[in-house]
Design a protein around this ligand. Sequence first.
Ligand SMILES: Nc1nc2c(ncn2[C@@H]2O[C@H](COP(=O)(O)OP(=O)(O)OP(=O)(O)O)[C@@H](O)[C@H]2O)c(=O)[nH]1
Ligand SMILES: [Mg+2]
Length: 364
Amino acid sequence: MGCSSSVPEEAKVSASVDQQLGEYNKMRAENSRNHFKILLLGAGESGKSTVLKQVKMIYRGRIADDDLQQCVMAIRKNSIECMQGVLRAMDTFEITLGLAENAPRKKRVREFAEEGVFTPAVADDIASLWADPGVREAYGRQSEYWLLDGASYYFDNALRLGQADFVPTDEDVIMTRIRTTGIDTTDFTEPPYMYSVVDVGGQRNERRKWIHCFDNVRCVVFLVGLNGYDQRLFEDSSINKMRESLNLFRQVVSNPIFRSTPIFLFLNKKDLFETMVKNTPLSVCFPEFPGPENDVHAALEYVQAEYSKILEEAVPGKELHAHVVAARVRMDMKVAWGDVKEQLKRMNSRKKMGKSGAISTPKL
Ligand SMILES: Nc1nc2c(ncn2[C@@H]2O[C@H](COP(=O)(O)OP(=O)(O)OP(=O)(O)O)[C@@H](O)[C@H]2O)c(=O)[nH]1
Ligand SMILES: [Mg+2]
């Protein structure tokens, strides 16, 4: 008898466990649906880490003390290495200093060792050399050798960077170049959503690691350095940066794992592109560019169309969500990043309603 009376009791317990399990599974599914893994891809120096820095600043408002300390060392190193690069180029091009009294400064900067201390005197050497017509001439020929995009920023600010009590501004942090090695994931929560932003190293020897972060990617943000059309690759100075980027884009979008993954294209460094196009025609990279030459809008459209064409060949009909940005400008990133988030959320609600996960927006 005892046995028969316990059956309904057990059934009740079992039903309650089932219900709890069901709710737990539903919550887990909801959580995982609301968890967006965003993968930043692109060649070296295209601006992936700069985007991540901006996103961190947008979410967190302030820069962590550790990051600030790292920035002090790195931006000083950036400035000395860039000036050393320009001085080497002067020698290669046989350009002489405009002011003979700068010769000892040139010698000191050239001989500055990696473990050297960035004193105000070193900063002064850099600032004085930056004012020298010979240095300017070599700087002006930077498409013929490799130089960081932030070089003029580091030189303009050299004296400030050399101050003993130098504290980096937000802009300094954004302009500091630290090459990424490996994979760096940063989480941001915006209840009920969570974003895991994955930043990878874009240089050639870093790309073999990418495969380790290709699972469960909800969207790819592909970064392009627009000014790369007249720049050389750091890894191989015989290769044009934009050609490298186009090839890499083809590889990414042709990968079956990303077949139905939304692709955002951030055409970055528009500030540098606008200046460059006025002086250097796009046809140095794209001989078939119909022009008009030195027209920023026409050049931008052409570059964007080149990327669209590759996507269309790889996955016919797939949409490309393109944004022209300067990642160094906070507002540009707010707008472009806001769009990425909106699209992801929209895709989520479509999925919830049982519709296809593929997002649909007007073609750009
Ligand atoms: N002028 C200008 N410089 C930019 C912009 N975006 C990035 N940079 C600079 O470009 C350089 C390279 O940017 P990163 O963000 O380090 O590039 P990355 O894609 O992370 O490079 P890897 O880590 O090697 O893959 C940095 O010195 C940035 O300050 C931009 O919109 N305008
Ligand atoms: Mg990086």
